[in-house]
Design a protein around this ligand. Structure first.
Ligand code: GBH
Length: 460
């Protein structure tokens, strides 16, 4: 075999959006401040055994107090956009009822700080921190949570809509539904396939109702972020493996994408659900609400999945009713999450979405890698593997563009090291290193490299 040629330089289209992303519970801290109510992640992380080493988001990156310094860092990097999420329990501590103005004030200050530095704020309304009061009434298994979400969306828009153009309803409803209520590895930690499927529908409905409210309020750009599973049959020549992949594609992807863009759940997905329970939670007219037009589809991508038919295999709890399906263990290089690295799977995913759901522009709203970067030494962190990960995935994005995919931008996950959910602070996804003792921020090599990518709008 001959040596690989050095990859050629590539340039992205004019106006390609370069950003970085975070989420409220993962960075803010200040969990009991300024009238914030508890979220399901406060409850979950304070429950022994749920999160690695008992870590919580009580302090996290203390971004609530350090937001101005953090925005200055973003400006140093040359970010055009910053994707952050709003904590529902800061805005409405009980999910419904009184509005907590001091919570809105924080996002108002953050928005103005960003705009003052020429950075476009991209708001996600829900990145998993559901008010605990709503969970006490069933959380996402309760249809009323979807209605409460639309009210909350309108409240936030009323305060920020004059300055925030881009609104994302939900981040990764698959995770909220299936990790929250299926496998229970995320808050609220429920293990119940029926609850998981019910939650998936109510999350879809929440998106549709919020989209309607935001549209009526004049929101400029509305989107949802999904984490489509880049699933493929382990043996493409095996009909049984192809059927297994189709089942997972239905439960992971088409259950969200089809009502969103086609106005109805796929027949095979409905039949699958019906084998588990009578889906009485899907009401006439719901699919039409979910089908409201959106302006952008956000895609979070990290890793592919290869599945095979394995009769008798229990199947993962985060895919309700998937017994007989086996996920292959990662092959080849993996990140610190043990997630297989395969940039070409991102190109395939984007091409497929563009083909099957044409007409909606796509945005990479998260992509990145965890590596156990050592503590900063002499103000430096050498995270070459993260640079390689992002470089190769940007090339995969460029390949999708070349194939005609309407991809508008890329947000790195994450701006800084943060609370990685069930993994606590043990996994570091940041381009900026955070010392959790001193709260000192240090630009990793990847941050410096990324700012150069942004400056030249491409890769050398
Ligand atoms: C995102 O979730 C979140 O939006 C973000 O908050 C989080 O910090 C970030 O990613 C990093 O985790 O376990 O081998 O089957 C991503 C969640 C990751 C869930 C990939 C499904 C499948 C890989 N997804 N995972 S595997």
């Amino acid at each position: 075999t001959s040596a690989q040629p050095a990859p050629a330089g590539i340039t992205f289209p004019d106006g390609f959006v370069w950003g970085a992303a975070t989420a409220s519970y993962q960075i803010e801290g200040a969990a009991r401040e300024d009238g914030r109510g508890p979220s399901i992640w406060d409850t979950f992380s304070r429950t022994p055994g749920r999160v690695f080493a008992g870590h919580t988001g009580d302090i996290a990156c203390d971004h609530y107090h350090r937001y101005a310094d953090d925005v200055a860092l973003m400006a140093d990097l040359g970010l055009a956009s910053y994707r952050f999420s709003i904590a529902w329990p800061r805005v409405r501590p009980d999910g419904t009822g009184p509005v907590n103005v001091r919570g809105l004030d924080f996002y108002d200050r953050l928005t103005d700080e960003l705009l003052g530095k020429g950075i476009d704020p991209v708001v996600t309304l829900y990145h998993w921190d559901l008010p605990q009061t709503l969970e006490d009434r069933g959380g996402w298994t309760n249809r009323e949570t979807a209605e409460a979400f639309a009210d909350y969306a309108e409240i936030v828009h009323r305060r920020l809509g004059d300055r925030v153009a881009t609104w994302t309803t939900l981040n990764e409803p698959w995770c909220s539904a299936y990790l929250g209520y299926g496998s229970g590895i995320h808050a609220p930690g429920v293990q119940d396939p029926v609850a998981a499927l019910t939650a998936a529908h109510h999350l879809n409905l929440a998106h549709g109702l919020a989209t309607r409210a935001l549209r009526a309020a004049g929101a400029k750009s509305i989107s949802i972020t999904l984490n489509p599973c880049a699933v493929a049959p382990l043996d493409p020549d095996s009909a049984a493996d192809r059927a297994a992949a189709h089942l997972i594609d239905g439960l992971a992807n088409r259950i969200f994408l089809d009502p969103l863009f086609k106005g109805h759940y796929p027949a095979d997905v409905l039949a699958h659900i019906a084998r588990i329970a009578d889906p009485v939670w899907i009401h006439d007219g719901d699919e039409a609400i979910i089908n409201a037009p959106i302006d952008v589809l956000g895609i979070n991508y990290y890793t592919p999945a290869y599945v095979s038919a394995a009769p008798g295999h229990p199947g993962p709890l985060d895919y309700p009713g998937s017994h007989g399906v086996k996920f292959r263990a990662p092959v080849g290089p993996v990140t610190d999450m043990n997630w297989q690295i395969e940039p070409a799977a991102l190109t395939r995913l984007l091409t497929r979405l563009h083909r099957d759901y044409p007409g909606v522009p796509l945005m990479i709203t998260e992509n990145g890698a965890a590596y156990p970067d050592g503590p900063a030494e002499n103000g430096e962190v050498h995270d070459l593997r993260r640079i390689e990960y992002v470089d190769s995935h940007l090339r995969a994005c460029h390949d999708a563009l070349a194939a005609g995919v309407d991809l508008r931008g890329y947000f790195a996950w994450s701006l800084m090291d943060n609370f990685e959910w069930a993994e606590g602070y043990a996994k570091r996804f940041g381009m900026v290193h955070v010392d959790y003792t001193t709260q000192q921020r240090v630009l990793k090599d990847s941050a410096k490299w990324y700012s150069e990518v942004i400056r030249r709008n491409g890769l050398g």
